[in-house]
Design a protein around this ligand. Structure first.
Ligand code: ADP
Length: 191
């Protein structure tokens, strides 16, 4: 199973990604988490990424693409994976197509979480208090939302044209959202 989970910042991608990954026994690969791990370890990748992340901007495609390529080449991702936070740009979509085609596989589904914008700012500000993420201040959240609308939302249309988008209402209880996702994915072929 090769899946992508998409949605605006704060839509609950990371939370749902864990449940989906467990269910299908595939790794959840979060580019945001990998960047954050590198930032806290002070690696060169982390130092590079931090400049962009703190401003709410995207890390350059070359950097992100290489990181994802290396990650999905690892043994645990050979039989499938769930990507959270990637692709976020059209160039990343093309890069991912190349990576998947090269192995003779295909993308099974793109789960898109839809949420209410106002609800999201509240959720993110709350997360800032709990997790202390440097990019969860109100200004940076707004910038991340703008960047998402400009660069990432258009990707949904690209995947819709391929007929693999599964749209899920991301509002309400976490467990309800999870049930909606499983119900929708169980109807896709090869699940
Ligand atoms: P969010 O909660 O906003 O969805 P993430 O935790 O997924 O955020 O990512 C945090 C930050 O990491 C992003 O704002 C961006 O700077 C960087 N990042 C994550 N994934 C990508 C990507 N695919 N391309 C470029 N930058 C990325």
């Amino acid at each position: 199973m090769r899946l992508i989970i998409m949605g605006p910042p704060g839509a609950g991608k990371g939370t749902q990604a864990k449940f989906i990954a467990e269910h299908f026994k595939i790794p959840a690969i979060s580019t945001g988490d990998i960047f954050r791990a590198n930032v806290s370890e002070g690696t060169p990748l982390g130092l590079e990424a931090k400049r962009y992340m703190d401003a709410g901007e995207y890390v350059p495609d070359e950097v992100t693409n290489l990181m994802v390529r290396n990650r999905i080449d690892e043994p645990d991702a050979v039989s499938g994976f769930l990507l959270d936070g990637y692709p976020r740009t059209l160039a990343q979509v093309e890069e991912l197509d190349g990576m998947i085609n090269f192995t003779g596989h295909r993308l099974d589904a793109v789960v898109c979480l839809t949420v209410d914008q106002d609800e999201i700012v509240g959720r993110l500000l709350q997360r800032a208090q709990v997790e202390g993420r440097a990019d969860d201040t109100e200004d940076v959240i707004r910038r991340r939302q703008e960047v998402y609308l400009e660069q990432t939302e258009p990707l949904i249309e690209v995947y819709k044209q391929r007929g693999i988008v599964v749209e899920i209402d991301g509002m309400g209880e976490v467990s309800d959202v999870t049930s909606r996702i499983f119900e929708a994915l169980d109807q896709t072929p090869e699940s």
